[in-house]
Design a protein around this ligand. Structure first.
Ligand SMILES: Cc1cc2nc3c(=O)[nH]c(=O)nc-3n(C[C@H](O)[C@H](O)[C@H](O)COP(=O)(O)OP(=O)(O)OC[C@H]3O[C@@H](n4cnc5c(N)ncnc54)[C@H](O)[C@@H]3O)c2cc1C
Length: 474
């Protein structure tokens, strides 16, 4: 009997497993693939994800494997510099290979004690009042108290759960892969310059050792899970460029669409959804992996609280209440970005207008805060603007704030030095007189770094501790 079974060891599943292990939850991750993914897709980790990695002590490991780039040019790839003074200690983009992120997150989860079983596909499940019986493709049955589907866009868990996944189907598929070419680099560069001005989904970029990263629009759309063939690449390259550049010896080949869909519910009883299993959208702006990792950090401590027995009754449902609107907003901004990528005259005129508007710092800042997820404010009720937002990393007497959040516990920052945690001190840490940089008397942070309360009154604090952290221990 496990506490939680997670279907899928992609970035979302691995991050969730680690978050649960911070609270000693018995976690099993079931991954259908026998080997880690080999698709060398370079993805961007945005500011909020970098902050979360810093909050869990993972950022230094990631920085060793990626390249820092300016936090700019994300929205529909409109080339504008980052606004000045972005409110974060980690105001950059980290370009890093997705397999590297997955490896590091899986290592982190297993170091914390999560079990990962590869070559195990979840085929179905039944839930009852006490738990979930999970059935694997080979017929084996496993039992857990909760099941979380982190099994990607074609999620078996979501389908078996019967949760609706409304939205728009893919209108355009794109082929993507790495392969060798048979013509000189200059010839390729000239063609790419000529064509990529009008086609956003076309490029050939040298990847080292004569290998190119190739992206080309596919003819039609396909719901096939199988990768495309080399012949598919050759044909589409000839269609768009008049030559197939002599491509051969592919390392890997893949296809992705631009469907936009959002699960109607993130939780049904003891089964939950996170990451691409809950939401899909085109990759423009580079938000999908970030969104999934952030789902995991929002869900982890709440599910752990439920299992440890101290969760207030409605805590687990705040996962849907908080994260569903965030995904809705991401889906909308990718819809808008996709329109701005259209070569049609109308969208191109809107693109030019938005490009002008982005010269206004507030417009540029709004868009960057949206894409990088530092603009998120959860609805915790009426209160100061900081309530419901994440607190940026700040210097405190003991070092930096995020360094105090590695264990995934709540944190009370008390400048008054008068407040006490009482029976909540087994779940929440206390820091007296943290820093003059904090311009409010006291702040209660949730384990995900969001501000749950601001004030200076003990009774108010106790009410909010109950709201987020349940009944105090005796
Ligand atoms: C071209 C491209 C570029 C992208 N660029 C970016 C970017 O720059 N930034 C960004 O944030 N995002 C980007 N994304 C999106 C990102 O890759 C995904 O959002 C991310 O991989 C989602 O992570 P996940 O863990 O939720 O799902 P997945 O990565 O899909 O992982 C799901 C896992 O579940 C496993 N699985 C599936 N079914 C089962 C089953 N039945 N049982 C057990 N295991 C199962 C799969 O094998 C897989 O390992 C890009 C996507 C594409 C296509």
């Amino acid at each position: 009997m496990f506490d939680v079974i997670i279907a899928g060891c992609g970035p979302t599943g691995a991050m969730l497993a680690a978050e649960l292990r911070l609270h000693d939850v018995r976690v099993l991750v079931l991954e259908k693939e026998t080997e880690p993914t080999s698709f060398v897709r370079i993805v961007g980790l945005h500011i909020r994800s970098l902050e979360l990695m810093a909050m869990r002590g993972l950022l230094d490991r990631l920085l060793q494997h990626g390249r820092q780039r300016p936090a700019a040019g994300f929205f529909a790839a409109i080339p504008k510099p980052a606004p000045k003074g972005l409110d974060s200690a980690y105001a950059y983009l980290l370009g890093i290979k997705q397999p590297t992120i997955e490896r590091l997150l899986e290592e982190h989860a297993t170091e914390l004690g999560a079990q990962v079983r590869r070559g195990c596909a979840v085929a179905g499940f039944e839930q009852d009042d006490e738990g979930v019986t999970v059935e694997l493709a080979d017929g084996e049955q496993l039992r857990s108290r909760y099941l979380v589907g982190c099994d990607g866009a074609r999620s078996t868990v979501r389908k078996r759960l019967g949760v609706g996944f409304p939205g728009e189907p893919s209108r355009n598929d794109t082929l993507m892969g790495e392969m060798k070419v048979g013509v000189p680099q200059e010839e390729i560069a000239a063609k790419v310059t000529e064509i990529s001005g009008t086609h956003q989904r076309f490029w050939l970029r040298p990847f080292g050792e004569g290998v190119y990263s190739v992206v080309v629009p596919a003819a039609g759309v396909s719901d096939r899970a199988e990768p495309p063939t080399l012949e598919d690449f050759q044909q589409e390259l000839r269609t768009i460029a008049g030559t197939d550049f002599g491509v051969h010896s592919p390392r890997w080949m893949s296809r992705f669409g631009d469907a936009t869909r959002l699960a109607e519910r993130y939780r049904v009883g003891r089964v939950l959804l996170a990451g691409d299993a809950a939401h899909i959208h085109p990759p423009t702006g580079g938000q999908g992996l970030n969104l999934g990792v952030q789902d995991a950090v929002n869900l982890g401590w709440k599910l752990a609280a439920q299992i440890r027995g101290w969760a207030p009754e409605t805590l687990l449902d705040t996962y849907h209440a908080e994260r569903h609107p965030v995904a809705e907003d991401v889906l909308d901004n990718t819809r808008a970005q996709m329109e701005l990528h259209s070569p049609e005259p109308g969208p191109q005129a809107v693109r030019r207008l938005l490009t002008e508007l982005m010269d206004f710092d507030e417009v540029n800042r709004h868009l960057i805060e949206k894409i990088t997820a530092i603009g998120i404010r959860y609805d915790f009720g009426a209160g100061p603007d900081l309530l419901g937002r994440r607190l940026r990393d700040i210097d405190v007497k003991q070092g930096n704030l995020y360094g105090l959040l590695h264990r995934g516990r709540g944190l009370l920052l008390d400048r008054t030095e008068r407040l006490t945690l009482g029976g909540w001190s087994d779940r929440v840490d206390y820091l007296a007189d943290p820093t003059a940089a904090l311009d409010v008397p006291c702040v209660l942070l949730r384990p995900d770094g969001h501000v749950a309360w601001i004030g200076d009154d003990q009774q108010d604090l106790d009410d909010q501790l109950s709201r987020w952290f349940g009944k105090p221990a005796d």
